[in-house]
Design a protein around this ligand. Structure first.
Ligand code: ADP
Length: 634
């Protein structure tokens, strides 16, 4: 059979493997064992419905063999095997599973732990081998095939003899050179690698090991013992999945390694939650909160879900029903004996047991997050940076039904503390006379801090929550109150900060200046609902506020959404009566109505700009200002 070329990408990966300076060459064994495991899984599943398989659960095994003289390491399984076509497709091209994206790969520099990042699979064999032979026979087929390759210059596939179905992979281990490879011919080293990486594999991994034993009949009656080398078949893995082990048996390293391998993350998780629960829902769960936001997390491509096992056999890769949307960032595994093995996706959804497990998991995740918030604020802040947005969406979604679960987990930036605070912390600090939890919205903390309407509230000594995410105001509106304190925007028309006396005084002034405000309102037309005397401005002449439920910030957000009807906040232009410009306006009211109109337009446009709202007609605005400047110099 003539030599075949690897597909282009495979070649690149092979190059990378062969010339790898990667320090963890040892992972090749984990990769090959995990492939063997998958192949057995496939056949085992089949055996549940197909009598002709003729194997029971305990008949499946993975076998390792070391031959020091021949310098070979062999990995065999009695799994599903591969047909000729599969052999070609699977081992002639790379990353069928999509675990490795080459575009991304090429952009990474050498320092990045490329191989550790992805499950690189079969090709990792070339990190330690100068020649690899795969002999395989697919279940149900009479024909067996032999795939052979020494690396980049291609591979051959020929028919061969094989007694039974399954796959045998033989590695010809590289000679020692600058780097040492002999270790992979050492049975104890191999045993150690299995323990380290593949201990939880559910099928036995067996190896013929030669050990020294005292010869029978020797070493008695004061005579020296004689030794003989005997060979015995040992099972190297405990077959207990990590999540079924006791916490005390496991180190941080065990948890982290398992996470990285299982979920293809190259960073350690931010948080590990390992829990066993008994009672109405009985399960073991190993949950992780990633340290980084998955690249597609905030897109509709993202699929939430936990891996679901029953009695240590996986039944679903991503069970979405186990996680509420607001905790969709959690990754992990749930294993419960309460579920039946051949449960289907459809029946699973209605499974009472599954619902109980989901409820219990949700509680657990929440309490772990609360604990973290209390005892490890720094980590919580990292978490919140990544996934806080999701919690706030959770507050808002489904008409606020989850608000009780989430209200103590959200944080907002505080004007007085200048950092993120909880609502409880805010309420704790509230002044005696303070009626509401104040907030202000904008696109960035610095911008909000300079809003005219923020000044007065701050001056009163009240803390303000600065809302910078689009969802924030919607979330707070859904919440309505926290510990019976209402939320109030500093931009709302009825801020109610004045004393009774001040209120009376304002009322008087409002009446007195009504004709001026009416004139201004007439100039602005539909742009505003009203022009009013402000009770919240200090050093600024004007600001824009709103009547009603929809704030200016919400208007911006809603109008930016696709397919949304245009909404409009009810804008109110507020004027500061103690600002010098007010005297000017009063004077113009009696003297020059054209100029009053020009002033009104300019002040309105400025108020819009301060709010970060678009200027409707920048040219008209520029012309008006220019005209005024010219008047000034006359
Ligand atoms: P991955 O395991 O990520 O899919 P690999 O390169 O490790 O990528 O393997 C490619 C494919 O080759 C596997 O998906 C599987 O279909 C097949 N394969 C590898 N090893 C075996 C095996 N021992 N038995 C059967 N099929 C195998």
């Amino acid at each position: 059979m003539s030599k075949m070329e690897f597909k282009a990408e495979s070649k690149k990966l092979l190059d990378l493997m062969i010339n790898s300076i990667y320090t963890h060459k040892e992972i090749f064994l984990r990769e090959l064992i995990s492939n063997a495991n998958d192949a057995i899984d496939k056949l085992y599943f089949r055996s549940l419905t197909d009598q002709t398989v003729g194997l029971a659960r305990e008949d499946f095994e993975i076998k390792l063999a070391v031959d020091r003289d021949a310098r070979t390491l062999t990995i065999s399984d009695n799994g599903i095997g591969m047909t000729r076509e599969e052999l070609e497709n699977n081992l002639g091209t790379i990353a069928k599973s999509g675990s490795l994206d080459f575009k991304q790969q090429n952009e990474l520099d050498d320092n990045v732990d490329v191989i550790g990042q992805f499950g690189v699979g079969f090709y990792s064999a070339f990190m330690v081998s100068e020649r690899v032979v795969v002999e395989t026979r697919a279940f149900g087929s009479e024909e067996a095939y032999r795939w052979e390759s020494t690396g980049v210059d291609g591979y051959t596939i020929d028919p061969c003899e094989k007694d039974s179905f399954g796959t045998t992979i033989t590695l010809w281990i590289k000679p020692n050179g600058e780097e040492e490879y002999d270790e992979f011919l050492d049975q104890y080293r191999i045993q150690g690698l299995v323990k380290k990486y593949s201990d939880y594999i559910r099928y036995p991994i067996r190896m013929e090991m030669s050990t020294s034993k005292v010869k029978e009949g020797t070493g008695v009656d004061g005579k020296d013992p004689e030794y003989e080398t005997v060979s015995e078949l040992r099972t190297l893995n405990s077959m207990i999945p990590i999540w079924r082990k006791q916490k005390s048996e496991l180190t941080d390293d065990d948890y982290n390694r398992f996470y990285q391998e299982k979920f293809y993350d190259f960073q350690n998780p931010l948080k590990v939650i390992h829990t066993k629960t008994e009672g109405s829902a009985t399960y073991s769960a190993l949950l992780y909160i990633p340290a980084q936001v998955p690249y597609n997390y905030y897109s509709k491509d993202f699929e939430k879900g936990l891996q679901l096992y029953t009695s240590s056999v996986m039944i679903m890769e991503k069970c979405a029903d186990l996680l509420p949307d607001y905790f969709s960032f959690v990754r992990g595994i749930v294993d419960s004996e309460d579920l039946s093995l051949n449960i289907s996706r459809e029946t699973l959804q209605h499974d009472r047991q599954l619902k109980l497990i989901a409820k219990s998991l949700e509680k657990k995740i929440k309490s772990e997050l609360q604990k973290m918030l209390k005892t490890d604020r720094e980590t919580y802040l990292k978490f919140y940076q990544n996934f806080g947005l999701q919690l706030k969406y959770g507050l808002y979604s489904d008409y606020g039904v989850h608000k009780e679960e989430l209200k103590d987990l959200v944080l907002f930036y505080s004007s007085s503390e200048q950092k993120l605070v909880t609502l409880a912390e805010y309420v704790e600090r509230m002044k005696e006379d303070q009626k509401a939890i104040y907030y202000a919205s904008g696109d960035a903390v610095e911008h909000i801090d300079h809003l005219p309407q923020v000044e007065m509230v701050k001056d009163k000594g009240y803390e303000i929550l600065y809302l910078t995410d689009d969802i924030d105001e919607f979330a707070l509106q859904m919440l309505q109150t926290y510990q019976d304190k209402p939320f109030q925007s500093v931009s709302s028309a009825n801020l109610d900060l004045e004393t009774e006396e001040e209120k009376k005084e304002n009322q008087k002034q409002e009446e007195e200046y009504q004709p001026l405000f009416d004139a201004m309102k007439e100039t602005l037309g539909d742009k505003v609902k009203a022009v009013r005397l402000s009770n919240k401005l200090k050093s600024h002449p004007v600001c824009l506020t709103n009547d009603g439920m929809i704030s200016l910030e919400m208007e911006k957000v809603l109008n930016a959404m696709p397919n949304n009807q245009k909404v409009k906040a009810e804008r109110v232009l507020e004027i500061n009566a103690s600002h010098p410009i007010f005297e000017k306006l009063k004077a113009l009211k009696d003297q020059d109505s054209d100029k009053l109109a020009a002033y009104t337009n300019i002040l309105y446009t400025q108020a819009c700009m301060i709010e970060g709202l678009p200027v409707e007609d920048p040219v008209a605005y520029a012309n008006e200002v220019c005209k005024l400047l010219l008047d000034e110099t006359k």
